[in-house]
Design a protein around this ligand. Sequence first.
Ligand code: NAD
Length: 297
Amino acid sequence: MIRFDDRVAIVTGAGGGLGRSHALALAGLGAKVVVNDLGGARDGTGHSDAAMQVVEEITAAGGEAMADGGSVTEFEQMQAMVARTKERWGRVDILINNAGILRDKSFVKMDMTDFDSVLQVHLTGSANCTKAVWETMREQQYGRILMTSSASGLFGNFGQANYAAAKLGILGLAKTLTLEGTKYGIRVNTLAPVAGTRMTEDILPPESFQAFAPETVSPAALFLVSEDAPSNAIVSAGAGVFQTAQVTLTPGIRLTGDALSPDGVAEHWQAISNRSGEIVPQSVNDQIMLIAGKLQG
Ligand code: NAD
């Protein structure tokens, strides 16, 4: 049975939506939870006491939690949050990077301020929080980090160039930190949720909101930060449907002589993109080995 007794978790953007659901679920299974949220609007503007309200829900249900109103975009604020967490509970076992904003527009209409703000919250925000806990988790020889990506980043979505760029950037961050964290007992996974929240209120039909409740996603989040979590997984979760996604590489072919030309690539495109025998590289080394094999063969 998955439990989080004696574990300390930080969930960013936990004042509402998915983060709130993850925080309540973690606390319900025994974790001490830091509920971080600056409580802004969907586009990131403004402030509220959203984090405190979730803390009150957790404590009313008999759990332990503390609120943090810092912004994930401010590294010093995230360092201060981690320091306060350690002061109160002595450690940080789990970090769920969940905070996010939206500034959707087609690329032609998007100004670069909207591009940068979205990258700041999702990508730099995830790096800030992770950096703030990294040394602690290394010293503890234990850490579980969950990044929140999106189908937009993995597959693309019209009108979300900023958001998609940030969300795939998060995956690159997760994959590299998986490699750097393994020997210190740190596991890093990535969630691509689909949920009925204020973020999707004009995307998902209102009648499907109940089926897509955040509570149908949180079981995957909790598994991915549990003791026996895998590492380097990309899990899509929505409406109780759980899937994994992979970044794959086709075996490809080696072109030499006259074929080593734009025309040669065009001529061999089918073989280059043929997916039979494709692999899921676990690091850059796997690709280099594949290329080396072709040089020998
Ligand atoms: P939401 O708007 O309810 O939650 C996001 C929370 O992040 C808000 O409470 C907000 O105040 C907080 N936040 C924003 N900027 C912050 C900052 N700088 N510092 C601290 N907190 C900040 O939306 P949600 O749907 O629950 O989204 C949660 C995460 O899931 C986001 O990363 C989102 O991109 C991702 N996601 C959601 C869906 C979906 O279908 N809802 C799909 C893919 C990805």
